[in-house]
Design a protein around this ligand. Sequence first.
Ligand code: MLT
Ligand code: MN
Ligand code: ZN
Length: 311
Amino acid sequence: MQAIVLGSAAGGGVPQWNCRCPVCRLAWAGDPRVRPRTQSGLAVSYGGEAWLLVNASPDIRQQIAATPVLHPRSGSRHSPIQAVLLTNGDIDHVAGLFTLRESQPFDLFATAGILDAIAANRIFDVVNPACVPRREVRLEAPFEPVPGLLATLFPVPGKAPLWLEGEDPVIGEVGEGTVGVMFEADGRRIAYVPGCARVSDDLRQRVDGVDALLFDGTVLEDDDLIRAGVGTKTGWRMGHVPINGAKGAIAALAGCSIGQRVFVHINNTNPILIDDSAERRHVEESGWTVAYDGLMLDFAMSAELAKASPE
Ligand code: MLT
Ligand code: MN
Ligand code: ZN
């Protein structure tokens, strides 16, 4: 099983088009300590022939261009991308669908809750359902989005997409609107949770024992945006649990057995994006990796399975 982080940043990317927060300033200046990053996305495959995109960011065209295994391979029209799976309805996870509209068949998988949001907005019909069937996935029901790869969706605390928020949005609701994905092949497991408002007991139990967890690293502290002077929203208000703090991701997941811990969906205000920062050192000393675009995880068959299978 292979997973490639196509985009390691949150909505806006790094640098964000209109931002001069301390991290974006370094990025605009071309400082090598801050790698530019595109918006949130992952590609997953079993065997490398057919690929699943998890979320379709507004940067998908650039991400495909930067990733040779996703280039067309034969004939006059072709794509190794055979399926797209959505983990929520946020702009940074669905706007890339518009780029994928050139009558190329693929399956679009999501929960009923997410598919309903898309069905209610006619602009998504440019991705013609006759060509791109919308396949409803039930929570907890394993399915095979591309051959050999098993995926299971599970609910995580989240919130409605910004573009569907009402006056007083519920934060931390658990349902079909925000999900994590457990990928499994050859006895290896990768959990992908790019958006999560709170680390629940349920989440801890699910990710215990995985080979890799790619987890929401949007904000370092709950008040990152306020500190950086670029906004008034807390992480909680945006539906993102902080990295630090007693209930933050590092502490809340410390007791779980996890092969590789990787932060993804990192907002441009987050100082862990600066290579030599104290904040980066702190997360690395806590056993976490800060994802970058192009980061690849490649898991061969587990030792137990390999032993059990005939020569
Ligand atoms: C988020 O992850 O909080 C959203 O992507 C924000 C947005 O839609 O801009
Ligand atoms: Mn986002
Ligand atoms: Zn910024």
